[in-house]
Design a protein around this ligand. Structure first.
Ligand code: ARG
Length: 251
């Protein structure tokens, strides 16, 4: 009597497992992720597909894959991201957001996933601006609530700091001459210079070092641990490097 059970039990197990996996997929969770999706090449809308794309967007989807969850992007102005996270409108922020001490008092950051810095961008014919010193008396355009905004406000002698809701507006202010320069994240500035070589140039090297982190509400320690584990796995598997090369590699 015992003989058949040795066979039947494993068969039943296989059946149970194969039934369970489609069910598990169907029951897959979704995490809502806030981003200011107007920050190329980190987050922007692909004009052909209408989809959110960019380094951050692909990274968070890859993190979602490792975690076994669906990722839903919630577009939100940069300045409103942390308040909306704290209100529970979404559970995660990925938005080229620099880990700062001040922000770390209200949100918890993942391990850093990107190292970069702030640069000055100006018009190609503007030769009097070579460094932050030269911004004395000048009008500087920034994205509201960004580290570029804080840095500009801290520079001694700057004539005026004009904050704009979107980085694109700050760059337009430079292009049309409403501002003398902008302060923003290096790779975004480079992207604008590539897109508008006659209108924008990047001045020198970054004058800060900043690390981007993924943010969650401080009490979400389990979620944060999963994000960090997924990040580590993507780095170990080479997937992170693939993404990096795709978006920032020299071609
Ligand atoms: N790294 C800068 C900061 O954290 C700018 C980030 C802006 N990101 C965006 N998606 N608009 O303040």
């Amino acid at each position: 009597m015992k003989r058949w059970s040795a066979l039947v039990v494993p068969v039943l197990l296989v059946v149970a497992v194969s039934l369970a996996s489609p069910l598990a997929v169907a029951a897959q969770q979704t995490i809502r992720v806030g981003a200011d999706t107007a920050f190329p090449p980190f987050e922007f809308v692909d004009e052909e597909t209408g989809e959110y794309t960019g380094f951050d967007m692909e990274l968070i989807r890859a993190i979602g894959e490792v975690m076994g969850v669906e990722v839903e992007i919630v577009n939100t102005v940069f300045d409103g991201l942390i308040p909306a996270l704290l209100l529970g409108e979404f559970d995660v922020i990925i938005s080229a957001m620099t880990i700062t001490e001040e922000r770390a008092q209200t949100v918890a950051f993942s391990d850093p996933y990107f190292v970069t810095g702030l640069v000055i961008a100006t018009r190609p014919d503007e030769t009097s601006i070579q460094s932050t010193e030269d911004l004395k008396g000048k009008t500087v355009a920034v994205q509201m609530g960004s580290t570029g905004h804080f840095a500009a406000a801290d520079l001694p002698g700057v004539g005026r700091v004009d904050p704009y809701q979107f980085v694109d507006q700050a760059m337009t202010a430079v292009i049309i001459g409403a501002a003398d320069a902008a302060i923003l994240d290096e790779l975004v500035a480079i992207e604008y210079m590539r897109a508008h070589p006659d209108a924008i140039k990047v001045v020198g090297e970054p004058f800060t070092t900043e690390e981007y982190g993924i943010a969650v509400r401080p009490q979400e320690t389990e979620l944060l641990a999963k994000i960090n584990a997924a990040l580590a796995e993507l780095r170990a598997s080479g997937r992170y490097d693939e993404l990096y090369d795709k978006w920032f590699g020299v071609d």
